[in-house]
Design a protein around this ligand. Structure first.
Ligand SMILES: [Zn+2]
Length: 45
């Protein structure tokens, strides 16, 4: 059933296929990391 493969979640930022453990997210770990870093920049200084 190859059709199911079309339903695989992809990162909304880099469109890379998400790993099974990332499928409940909209972004891959890499992009999520960048987002968190951007948000956490305030407390860094
Ligand atoms: Zn990504």
């Amino acid at each position: 059933m190859n059709m199911i493969r079309d339903l695989v979640d992809k990162c909304i930022s880099c469109h890379q296929e998400l790993a099974p453990c990332e499928r409940n997210r909209s972004e891959c770990l890499d992009c999520r990391d960048k987002t968190i870093e951007a948000y956490g920049d305030d407390s860094e200084e």
